[in-house]
Ligand binder design. Structure first.
Ligand code: PBG
Length: 325
């Protein structure tokens, strides 16, 4: 056959493939989510996320240095309080001595000049009922009362040294409330990484073990229905109008269509969160020898980048950064 269009011509050698690769994967594009737990002397394993741990304050510092040395772009910190310190309003979340704020201070002190320190601005780890907000008398999650708590949390996290606040609670108006609260306190340089489209996903399961969640039931009255696409655009537009500095789609792999659409419309950088269940699935299959771990991890990250994410939150951030450099 002559004169045929032959796409294989550009796949023939590694050099040709490298020359025409459209999507890049670099350590600086990866953000490592980390857990710090109150009262730990040693890191504690998370059984559904082999290789991921709840850190002590000491081990958090060490792992953060390792991540930064590998070149990761940022760290997203979650706090795990002692069960007996949880209460209905999640008091520990805004207490400067609460574990998340102590962890942020440790990170800011240890690596704050060389990476971006991010905080999860949500109440679910700290409430005794496990919801992302405070409850009304009828047991529903009270949107506007929750916003007041988020502002208190945002101020405490900023004072502890966070550069970016990850608003993961999916309350209406959360970006607006936090932006105004920060500005009123003079914190005009603290940024908001808005979880614009966050779906009520079964793939959060291992995370709930990771943070010792107390949740009974589900989050379907505030997180999005996996059936819906347009709603993600509505959430994106609201978050942009409210002043989001970066927007996020979560989970990643089952929502790559949403990610592409958000990326096409966003006027700010776009992040995607490869969540705990995605980590667990690949890890479990690789442990059984059913898939090649490194190949599957890198392909999953590349796919998320190709779908439009500028930034990827992944529990493999440090390891992938090593592979990539
Ligand atoms: C809520 C929050 C969740 C995750 C990050 N922030 C869990 C939830 O909505 O129940 C999940 C992350 C993961 O699964 O890796 N603060």
């Amino acid at each position: 056959m002559t004169g045929m269009d032959r796409p294989r011509r550009l796949r023939r050698t590694p050099a040709l493939r490298r020359l025409v690769a459209e999507t890049t994967l670099e350590p600086r594009q990866l953000v490592l989510p980390m857990f710090v737990a109150d009262g730990l002397e040693e890191p504690r394993a998370i059984s559904s996320m082999p290789g991921v741990v709840q850190h002590s304050l000491d081990s958090l510092r060490k792992a953060a240095v390792e991540a930064v040395t590998a070149g990761v772009g940022g760290i997203m910190l979650f706090g795990v309080p002692r069960p007996e310190d949880k209460d209905a309003v999640g008091s520990q979340a805004s207490d400067p001595h609460g574990i998340l704020n102590r962890g942020l201070r440790a990170l800011a002190d240890e690596v704050g000049d060389s990476t971006v320190v991010m905080a999860d601005t949500c109440l679910d780890e700290f409430t005794d009922h496990g919801h992302c907000g405070v409850l009304a008398a009828d047991g529903s999650v009270d949107n506007d009362a929750t916003l007041d708590r988020y502002v208190e949390m945002a101020l405490a996290q900023t004072e502890a040294g966070a550069d970016l606040l990850g608003t993961s609670g999916m309350m209406d108006g959360q970006v607006d409330a936090i932006r105004h609260g920060l500005d009123a306190a003079g914190h005009i340089d603290t940024g908001i990484l808005a979880y614009a489209a966050k779906y009520a996903s079964a793939f959060y399961g291992p995370f709930r073990e990771a943070v010792g969640s107390s949740l009974q039931g589900d989050r379907r009255t505030y997180q999005q229905d996996p059936a819906n696409r347009r709603e993600a655009i509505r959430e994106l537009e609201l978050d942009l109008a409210e002043g989001a500095d970066i927007v996020m789609v979560k989970p990643a792999m089952s929502y790559l269509d949403i990610l592409r659409e958000v990326a096409d419309r966003s006027t700010v950088p776009v992040a995607a969160y490869q969540i705990s269940g995605e980590y667990a699935m690949i890890t479990a299959a690789a442990e059984r020898g059913w898939i090649d771990r490194r190949g599957a991890v890198l392909e999953s990250l590349l796919g998320i980048r190709r779908a439009g994410a500028d930034i990827v939150l992944t529990y493999w951030a440090t390891e992938a950064a090593h592979w990539l450099s």
